[in-house]
Each structure stands twice: as C-alpha cells, then as structure tokens.
Design a protein around this ligand. Structure first.
Ligand code: FUB
Length: 338
C-alpha cells in the first residue's frame, strides 16, 4: 500500500478536492477516528470493529465492539503504530454492550478517553477512562459520567483552556429518548415536518470527569436562521459531532446518517448557534460516515472511514485526506470515492 498522502489527487483552488487514500491499517478493522496531536505526534482514537455475528438492524446492534486500540504516527503518510488494547469492555464495571466512537483529551497531566457504551439497562451513557500515556492503557471510572447519555463524544479544548463535550446520535444512538435531559424509553424519532433533534454540549468540569453545567442543545440553522426539520435529512444532525476552530471561528461538523454526508456549520461561540455551510465529506462506501479534523505542522487533515477492506458496513477502515480551506473560511468538499 502506498502511504496515505502520496497517492492523493488534490485539486486546490476549486470548489472540490478529490482524494483517494489508503486504509491506515489493515490488520484490524477500525472506524470513527478521533485524531489529536499530542506531544507533536498524531494519535488516533478509533472504534475497533469486530465480526461478532450480531445480526444487522437499524439500531446498529451489529456494531458490537469490545475494546479500543489506539493508533499513532509521526506525520500523515508515516508509519502507523497500533498500541494494542487500550481499554477492554470486561474492565468497565458498568458495561452492558457496544463500545462505540470514542474521543480523547489531555489536561491535568492526564490523558482522558471518552467512550459511549450501553449500560446494564441497555441505555447508552458516556464513560471516561484515564492514563498517563496518550496510547493508554486506560483505567475506567466505576460509573459513567453523571448526566451523560447517547453516543459519539467529542471533547474540544478552547483557546482559554475550557473543555467542552459534544455528543448525541439518533436512531441506535438513542438521542430521541432524551428530552430536557430526561430519559423516556418511549421517545420517538421526529416526524418529517417536525423540527429535527439537536446535538448536545456541556462544559466539562476541571476534573474532566464531570459536566460543569446542565447539558444544552446546539442549534444548527440555515442562512435565514431557521432550524432544520426532520425531512431536511441531508442537512440535519444525526451523529458523529466534531468541533474545531479555524481563524477564531467554531466549526461544528457532523454526520447526516441516513443521507451519509459529513456536513459543517460555523458559529462564533462553542455553544452555537452554528450556521449551516455545506458538505465537508461526501458519502463514503458503507452506511456510516464519521470523521475528525486536525492541524499538523500548518496543514489540515480529515480523518474518516469507509469499508474498502471488507465490503461490510460494520467492518470499517480508517483513512486520512487533506482538508483545504477557501479564502473565505469555507472548506472544499472532499470526494473520497475512487
Ligand atoms: O461505530 C459505531 C457507530 O457508528 C458510531 O458511534 C457512529 O458514529 C457510527 O459511525
């Protein structure tokens, strides 16, 4: 396999960039890559997909993952190291099933791994585990984060040192069961003409293991300031929140799930509102689309996944592509399909 960036066809100065990348590793299946630069090195916190034989359904039961492996590399295109099992479900006291898309952060001289997992009542919560090394192994807290729910945590550090956790996902991610931060097992998906369900954010406490405030909804609006409806399903939030900052503005990006885009919206506060801009990553091979964005040595990169290695929607492989901004701060849509 050629290194990821060497085989790139990147068109700059146009509205779109075309890029064909290679799986970063092929000895295990990996997905949902949350990338960070720690100590000058790129660390990727992915899901570890495995073929458990769980039948496929709309709740994503077939994504029945048991552990996490952390990957790292010096630079994009460099050798990728798999650091082995960083956290296993058997070591999490409150675990039911399904370790989904994680993220990580560094503070207080400690690395924190945030992970969604169903508890013993089959309700998704967000857990946290700690390590003195970015690659783990991580030791989980005995309980999930108090007040946490649903899936796909993304932890963002703002320039003033505050950390915010973004999360949520509808359908199998159960966000439709949470209204005003209260659980309703009968909670329904929205009807076509109803306003779409919104992603969530909370500031983290200084201990990085608690929410410092009640969870808030995040507004994603169109150019006219209107919230999207459920029928706007090529634009509304589904799952896979990611936050990054570029030239002082906050970029909230996310998957539209059943329409398979990664979209982005820009705002002036970590809490939003965020104004919808467009598609950042066009649909990839496979049902899910999930990404992260980092800057390394002055260049920006998008980490994402597809199913090139397996052809199966629950056995994915992570990839990376360059991310290119236009002069006005908009991002050129990445079309990764060959
Ligand atoms: O990997 C399991 C789930 O699939 C993630 O939590 C979602 O974002 C989707 O990628």
């Amino acid at each position: 396999k050629t290194p990821a960036t060497d085989s790139a066809e990147v068109k700059t100065g146009t509205e779109k960039s075309k890029y064909v990348s290679q799986p970063l590793v092929s000895h295990i299946y990996t997905a949902d890559p949350s990338a960070h630069v720690f100590n000058g090195r790129i660390y990727i916190y992915p899901s570890h997909d495995t073929a458990t034989g769980t039948p496929e359904n709309d709740n994503g039961d077939h994504f029945n993952m048991m552990d996490y492996h952390i990957l790292s590399m010096d630079s994009v295109g460099g050798k990728v190291t798999d650091h082995g099992v960083a956290l296993h479900i058997k070591d999490i006291p409150w675990a039911g099933r399904q370790l989904w898309a994680p993220d990580a952060a560094f503070a207080n001289g400690t690395y924190y791994l945030y992970f969604p997992l169903k508890d013993k009542q089959d309700v998704f919560r967000i857990g946290v585990a700690t390590s003195k090394a970015p690659e783990g192994p991580f030791v989980p807290e005995k309980e999930p984060i108090k007040g946490s729910y649903s899936i796909d945590p993304c932890v963002f550090k703002d320039d003033n040192g505050s950390h915010y956790i973004y999360f949520g996902g509808i359908w199998g991610g159960q966000l439709q069961r949470w209204n005003n931060n209260k659980y309703d097992s009968a909670g329904q998906l929205r009807k076509a003409d109803e306003l779409a369900i919104l992603p969530r954010v909370a500031k983290l406490g200084a201990d990085m293991k608690s929410f410092a405030e009640p969870v808030k909804e995040i507004k994603i609006v169109d150019a006219g300031g209107n919230l999207f409806k459920e029928k706007d399903n090529d634009k509304r939030f589904f799952e896979a929140a990611w936050m990054h900052k570029y030239k002082g503005r906050y970029y909230f990006s996310y998957s539209t799930g059943d329409t398979h885009n990664i979209n982005y919206a820009i705002g002036d506060s970590p809490y939003g509102p965020f104004t919808y801009i467009g598609v950042l990553l066009a649909p990839v091979e496979g049902w899910t689309n999930h990404h992260s964005i980092i800057e390394k040595d002055g260049k920006w990169f998008l980490f994402y996944h597809d199913i090139e290695l397996s052809g199966k929607t629950h056995l994915r492989n992570v990839k990376v592509a360059p991310l290119i901004y236009n002069e006005d701060g908009t991002i050129q849509t990445i079309h990764s399909q060959k």
